[in-house]
Design a protein around this ligand. Structure first.
Ligand SMILES: *Cc1c(COP(=O)(O)O)cnc(C)c1O
Length: 414
C-alpha cells in the first residue's frame, strides 16, 4: 500500500515514510492511494489497519504497536436516547490520546539516530503528544504554548513531564508558537543535529488509528441489529471525521456522518456552497474545535470530490456557545455531564431527532471527545457541582509543573 499527496505533485511513499514526513513535499497531505474493502471479517484494530501497512517495514510490528497504543478502554454506552462512544479514557482524557499514542509507537520503531518532536499547542494536542512520547528513547519533545492562554489543567498536562519533554511558555499567541515551529523546520541548524518531526493531525499516523473505533462500533452494531449506524462527531480540524469517512469508504456498515461544530463553520459552509472559502478563527467554549480553516477538509474533498456525493453521506450542524451551555445544563438534570465539545454533538442529535424519530436509539452514536473534568471551569458552574476527576488525569494534576518562559523568538529556544 502506498500513500499519495492530496495535491498530486509528490511521489507515492510507504506508510512509514508518510508517518515520518508529516506533510508531503508539495504541501499536500498524505492519504492512502486506495481503500481496501472490508469483507465482513475481523474488526479488531490490527485487522482493520493491516492492509494500510502491507509491505511496510512496520507490517510485522503492527499488532504490538496496536497493543501498546490502545491500552485503555473505549466503551460504547447507550443512555436510552442514543449511544455514546467514550473516547476519553486515555492518559490526557481526550480522544487525541488514540492518535498520539499510535504515532509515537510507530515512530519509535522508525527513528534512526535521534528525533525532536516539536508541537505548538493551544491546549489539548500538546498534552496528548507529551504523554505519548514521554520516556521514548532517542526522542526529545518540545512543546510551545502561549503564555496565559491555556487553562490551568491543560497547562498541567503540558508541563508535568520533565525528562525528555521540555515545555515553553511563550510570551505571545498560538500563532507565534506555530510560526516558531515553522521557522525551526526551515532552519538548517535544527535539522542537522536532530531530525525534526511534527505530531499534529496533518500526520496520517494520527488519522489511521482513529478508523479502528468507528470500524469496531459499526461492525458490532450491524452484527447485533442488521442495521447501519450513524456517527455524530464534534469536529474542528476534521481529523476525527475524516477517519470515519475512511472507515465508511472501506465498506464498514456506516450510514450518515454528522459533523457538529462550534461557531467555526468552515465544513458547514463548504457543504452549503460547494466552495472552500477562508474563515477567521472564532474563540468559543469548545476551544479544541476553534479552527477557522480545517486542514483535513483537503483530505475529505480528495476522498469525495463531487459535492453532491459528499452531501449524500455527510452533514454539519453549527452550535453556538449559548446552545452549548444550555445543552450542558439541561442534560445535567438527567444525570449526564458533557464536555463543551461533546455537547455540540448532543445538540446536533436533538436537532436530527426532532425531524426523524423513526430510528432506534442505538443507531445513533455520539462521539464523546473529552472528559468533562478537563473543562471544569466551564462545566462546573453550569451544573452546580464538582466533577469527579478520572484517575489518569488526577495523577497528572498531582505532579509538579516544570517549564521555561521565553520570548516569541526561535533563538530563545537554542
Ligand atoms: C481536537 C478535539 C476535537 C476536534 O477534533 P478534530 O479531529 O480536530 O476535528 C474535538 N473535541 C476535542 C475534545 C478535541 O480535543
Amino acid at each position: 500500500m502506498k500513500f499519495i499527496s492530496t495535491r498530486g505533485q509528490s511521489p507515492a511513499v510507504s506508510a512509514s515514510e508518510a508517518i515520518m514526513a508529516g506533510l508531503a513535499p508539495d504541501g499536500g497531505l498524505y492519504v492512502p492511494e486506495s481503500f481496501p474493502v472490508w469483507n465482513g471479517g475481523d474488526f479488531d484494530a490490527a485487522s482493520i489497519l493491516s492492509p494500510f501497512f502491507k509491505g511496510d517495514v512496520l507490517e510485522s510490528h503492527l499488532s504490538s504497536i496496536c497493543n501498546q497504543a490502545f491500552n485503555f478502554k473505549i466503551p460504547l454506552k447507550n443512555n436510552g436516547d442514543f449511544s455514546v462512544l467514550e473516547l476519553f479514557h486515555g492518559p490526557t482524557a481526550a480522544f487525541k490520546d488514540v492518535g498520539a499514542r499510535f504515532l509515537s509507537e510507530c515512530q519509535s520503531h522508525l527513528v534512526k539516530n535521534h528525533q525532536t518532536v516539536m508541537v505548538a499547542t493551544s491546549g489539548d494536542t500538546g498534552g496528548a503528544v507529551a504523554a505519548a512520547f514521554y520516556g521514548k528513547p532517542n526522542t526529545d519533545v518540545i512543546i510551545l504554548f502561549p503564555k496565559g492562554m491555556v487553562s490551568d489543567r491543560q497547562k498541567k498536562q503540558l508541563t508535568c513531564w520533565g525528562g525528555n519533554v521540555k515545555a515553553y511558555s511563550v510570551r505571545g499567541t498560538f500563532d507565534d508558537c506555530q510560526r516558531m515551529v515553522k521557522e525551526a523546520f526551515a532552519d538548517p541548524r535544527w535539522n542537522s543535529e536532530t531530525s525534526l518531526t511534527s505530531a499534529n493531525s496533518i500526520n496520517v499516523g494520527r488519522l489511521l488509528p482513529q478508523m479502528t473505533y468507528y470500524a469496531r462500533v459499526a461492525a458490532e452494531h450491524f452484527q447485533n441489529t442488521g442495521r447501519k449506524c450513524n456517527f455524530i462527531i464534534p469536529s474542528g480540524n476534521l481529523g476525527n471525521a475524516v477517519a470515519a469517512l475512511w472507515a465508511k469508504r472501506m465498506g464498514l456498515p456506516i450510514d450518515q456522518i454528522v459533523m457538529s461544530t462550534n461557531s467555526n463553520q468552515a465544513i458547514g459552509d463548504y457543504l452549503k456552497t460547494g466552495t472552500r472559502n477562508t474563515h477567521k478563527t472564532i474563540a468559543t467554549l469548545a476551544n479544541a474545535m476553534d479552527v477557522g480553516n480545517p486542514s483535513n477538509l483537503e483530505r475529505a474533498i480528495h476522498l469525495i470530490p463531487v459535492i453532491d456525493e459528499f452531501r449524500k453521506i455527510a452533514s454539519s450542524i453549527s452550535v453556538t456557545d449559548d446552545e452549548i451551555t444550555a445543552t450542558i445544563s439541561k442534560w445535567a438534570t438527567k444525570g449526564e455531564i458533557w464536555c463543551p465539545h461533546t455537547a455540540t454533538a448532543v445538540f446536533a442529535w436533538e436537532q436530527i431527532n426532532r425531524s426523524s424519530s423513526s430510528k432506534e436509539s442505538s443507531d445513533w452514536v455520539v462521539a464523546a471527545t473529552a472528559h468533562p473534568a478537563k473543562f471544569e471551569t466551564i462545566v462546573e458552574p453550569l451544573i452546580g457541582k464538582k466533577i469527579d476527576v478520572p484517575d489518569s488525569l488526577n495523577s497528572i494534576l498531582s505532579k509538579e509543573s516544570i517549564y521555561q518562559e521565553i520570548n516569541a523568538n526561535l533563538s530563545d529556544l537554542i
